[in-house]
Design a protein around this ligand. Structure first.
Ligand SMILES: [Zn+2]
Length: 236
């Protein structure tokens, strides 16, 4: 990755996209826009609010877009239209159990969500003269979410070399890191942790027991960061 390059960032306010953005800024990227999507997910109000605050913190323009079509025939437990379908809640042991985490991943899967986000960001990137799209993939979840992997990013880059005139490329400075290492980067970069929203649920505080919360909690615990204030359920 070079310096003095411009990028469009995907920012959900979760740990990975927030740290990816912080890392890119540290490396000298000019981030022209941070994009957040409301695709009908239960956590959309919190994600948009926190992403907007993060963007203000870094003085980056922020935009959120509504993508209502995901909910029209979607069955994911992440969606507000599936209100009766609970998001799976996991224990720490479940995180390293492939069978349990695959089951959880299936329950929260939204068809081609990351693909759609990145393709939309590519439109903005070309229009705004940005060369890169910045995403927060991570190695830990790539095991159960193949659209979080380096292989997926590389295949997207090949496709984008055909579909964008300026050969927009996707970059992800977090993709080879696990959550503990990503938290370590967050601490090193002095990211305000209270601005994160990594939870699949909608609430005043992060639930503390969905898969995404549990992975964040484990990363914080392994870095000896007190986390009681961030979660409604702080036990591990
Ligand atoms: Zn949660």
């Amino acid at each position: 990755m070079g310096t003095n390059q411009s990028a469009i960032a995907l920012l959900s306010a979760g740990l990975d996209s927030s740290v990816a953005l912080a890392l890119a800024l540290k490396e000298g990227y000019q981030v022209k826009l941070a994009l957040t999507f409301d695709y009908g997910q239960k956590a959309a109000p919190q994600e948009i609010k926190q992403a907007s605050q993060l963007a203000s913190f870094w003085k980056i323009p922020h935009k959120y877009l509504n993508l209502p079509f995901f909910a029209e025939s979607g069955h994911s437990s992440l969606l507000r239209s599936s209100a009766k379908q609970a998001v799976p809640h996991l224990s720490l042991d479940d995180l390293d159990n492939l069978e349990t985490s695959q089951k959880s991943a299936k329950a929260v899967w939204v068809p081609n969500r990351n693909g759609v986000f990145i393709e939309i960001a590519a439109c903005f990137a070309e229009q705004m003269g940005a060369s890169y799209i910045l995403v927060g993939f991570n190695r830990e979840e790539a095991a159960t979410f193949p659209d979080n992997s380096k292989a997926y990013r590389e295949s997207l880059n090949q496709a984008l070399s055909f579909s964008t005139a300026n050969q927009v490329q996707v970059i992800s400075p977090t993709e080879l890191l696990n959550k503990t290492q990503i938290v370590e980067e967050a601490l090193r970069l002095k990211l305000p942790l209270e601005l994160l929203w990594s939870c699949y649920e909608n609430g005043a505080r992060m639930c503390g027991s969905c898969e995404s919360c549990m992975r964040l909690k484990r990363g914080l615990k392994q870095n000896e960061v007190p986390f009681d204030d961030y979660f409604a359920n702080a036990s591990v």
